[in-house]
Ligand binder design. Structure first.
Ligand code: HEC
Ligand code: HEC
Ligand code: HEC
Ligand code: HEC
Ligand code: HEC
Length: 460
């Protein structure tokens, strides 16, 4: 498509032409879609999801309960976009393009319609609040890049809506074109894979899926996040279908979806021991539920951790720390007393910001994560400021990890039955960051993933 600004730029940089050509080639390969769709249409070219509700009430209500309908308005999204990203781009203008790009995934209609960014705040109730609306998905025709990432969707507004089914009745409100693209994971990858301005994969849910076991079995995103259910009325004037795709899009914000993702078993190497003796507890963690890694998506925000405690016959509690395995970067996977996220000082306008606690959970617990680093090598939760990634210690689909906890029994431990409990927890946003930015508590509440316990006898 036409790219009017490019020739001008090239003249301006004429003396540096050879370098520019190379740079432009790189820039284009990563950012084609953005240049084409940004500000290209106006809000009046699109229909509101409320209009779809009149004939598709069930689908509308499902969508309303999912994060899709809140991707622009949800508290943490508003805080991160306006208070961190937009401010960061004001200080560092070379980030502006990437920060405008947040809207390409979080509110596509605004991305394509706004002539200036940021769009109005959610409280102004503009059409940007549509977030990932019915139209944002059902006007998509294909992906412009392979792999699909960074809102690489090809989309044109109009009365033609795309979906998979050849409908039983024609719609009086729009044309329907069936497209197998809606059955693919690339459809989701348009927004669920993301590269930072430093060319780092900061979201790779579909890439993780692709290299995992579910891709081989053709179990796709839709099968787990838009399950088939019926009898269900797609539209009020149709016959019910037994296999209609429900628009649940349930993920990390649904405690029931998260629960049971990891199965846990803990066992001791010996069942009886005396005070002063050493017992090694082994915990096996099996990812039986996700089609991608756990955690996935906004990995920079998320924290999943294993906490193990022993309780003796008198009720005294001992916190067990995980045994080190000795791999590179392991320090990021064991909770400790470290400060991180110093780069937030720039958008927050705090000079010489010391950071906040990295983990905010009990020291010595095992963390399943992949740290993101800013250009200065400090851990960051601003994915647009991510220049490199650290060790990937997440749980892959159907992967089992084994952790050991060596416990030397204290001499004053109570004789009798000792219970040892292993608990896997999940938090969408690291607590110290949530507290600093005053993000409402539900974003950092602790979600129980799973737990298991075993017992040993302490001899007198
Ligand atoms: C006046 C009623 C009406 C309105 C308004 C309406 N639709 Fe439809 N739509 C239908 C009917 C009827 C069908 C066919 C349902 C069937 O038989 O499966 C349909 C089918 C669809 C399909 C294809 C699914 C299928 O069943 O094959 C999509 C996608 C769709 N509509 C999206 C939208 C979107 C997006 C909007 C809002 C911009 C919208 N519709 C507004 C009546 C409507
Ligand atoms: C995140 C993208 C996304 C959003 C948002 C979305 N849809 Fe869909 N929709 C899909 C996909 C993908 C399918 C087809 C899945 C398949 O069959 O594998 C689909 C299928 C449908 C169907 C047909 C279901 C069936 O199995 O017959 C209807 C009707 C529909 N959508 C309407 C809507 C309406 C109305 C909205 C807004 C309230 C909406 N969609 C929002 C992605 C989306
Ligand atoms: C137009 C961009 C776009 C497309 C296409 C898209 N998504 Fe999303 N999706 C998002 C955004 C943005 C969010 C984050 C919402 C938020 O701000 O928390 C999200 C969130 C989710 C979540 C997490 C919800 C939660 O509870 O945390 C799931 C699950 C999900 N999407 C599944 C899908 C699936 C499956 C598809 C393909 C059928 C898909 N998405 C296609 C943009 C998209
Ligand atoms: C085999 C089932 C399965 C498949 C296939 C699957 N998912 Fe998931 N997904 C889950 C489960 C279970 C969770 C909840 C645990 C979690 O939050 O990671 C989840 C969580 C998510 C989340 C929220 C992550 C978070 O906690 O912030 C997103 C986003 C998501 N999936 C997108 C996708 C996309 C995109 C695909 C396809 C590339 C996909 N999923 C394929 C099962 C699946
Ligand atoms: C390529 C598409 C894409 C781009 C670009 C993008 N996001 Fe997202 N964002 C997503 C998806 C998809 C999720 C959901 C991932 C998950 O559930 O783990 C998400 C999740 C988030 C979340 C976490 C929401 C929650 O409730 O936990 C925040 C905050 C966020 N994005 C802000 C931003 C900001 C700010 C930018 C721009 C600097 C941005 N995003 C750019 C697709 C994108």
């Amino acid at each position: 498509m036409e790219r009017l600004k490019k020739p001008l730029l090239v003249y301006y940089f004429l003396p540096a032409l050879p370098v520019m050509v190379i740079l432009t080639a790189f820039a284009i390969s990563g950012r084609v879609a953005e240049e084409d769709l940004k500000s290209r249409y106006s809000y009046s070219d699109f229909e509101s999801s409320k209009k779809c509700r009149s004939c598709h009430p069930g689908t509308y209500e499902q969508w309303t309960q999912s994060l899709m309908s809140q991707a622009y308005t949800h508290h943490w999204d508003e805080i991160e976009y306006f208070d961190l990203a937009v401010r960061h781009a004001e200080v560092k203008p070379d980030l502006k393009e990437a920060v405008d790009g947040c809207n390409g995934c979080h509110t596509p209609l605004a991305f394509m319609s706004q002539k200036t960014f940021p769009p109005p705040r959610p409280s102004e109730k503009s059409m940007a609040n549509e977030s990932v609306s019915c139209e944002a998905c059902h006007l998509i025709q294909s992906a412009r890049t392979d792999p699909a990432f960074n809102f690489s969707y090809v989309l044109e507004p109009g009365m033609t809506k795309y979906a998979v089914r050849v409908p039983g009745v024609e719609s009086p409100a729009h044309k329907i074109v069936t497209s197998d693209f809606y059955k693919t994971t690339e459809f989701c990858a348009n927004c669920h894979n993301e590269k930072s301005p430093y060319d780092v994969w900061v979201k790779s849910t579909q890439l993780e899926w692709k290299e995992g076991p579910y891709a081989k079995e053709d179990v796709r995103c839709q099968d787990c996040h838009m399950p088939k259910g019926g009898p269900y009325l797609n539209a009020i004037m149709t016959k019910p279908y037994d296999d209609a795709r429900l628009h649940l899009f349930h993920g990390g914000h649904d405690p029931g979806k998260v629960r049971g993702t990891i199965e846990l078993r803990v066992e001791p190497d010996i069942r009886e021991a005396e005070p002063g003796e050493t017992i090694v507890f082994q915990v096996a963690l099996f990812n039986q539920k996700t089609g991608h890694k756990f955690p996935t998506g906004s990995v920079e925000d998320r924290i999943a951790w294993l906490h193990v405690e022993a309780t003796d016959a008198k009720g005294k509690v001992y916190h067990l720390k995980v045994d080190k395995k000795g791999f590179e970067g392991e320090e990021y996977t064991i909770a400790g007393d470290y400060l991180a996220y110093q780069d937030m000082g720039v958008p927050l306008g705090i000079s010489d910001f010391k950071g906040v606690q990295r983990d905010g959970i009990p020291e010595g617990d095992r963390i399943f994560r992949m740290p993101y680093f800013d250009p200065e090598g400090r851990m960051t939760m601003m994915q647009w400021n991510t220049a490199s990634l650290g060790v990937d210690y997440r749980l892959g689909p159907r992967e089992t990890k084994v952790e050991k906890f060596t416990f030397r029994l204290p001499f004053d431990v109570a004789p009798g039955e000792m219970t040892v409990k292993a608990v896997m927890n999940y938090q969408l946003l690291v607590k110290p960051v949530a507290d600093l930015l005053k993000v409402p508590a539900d974003e950092s509440e602790i979600k129980l993933v799973n737990e298991h316990f075993t017992t040993v006898s302490i001899l007198p």
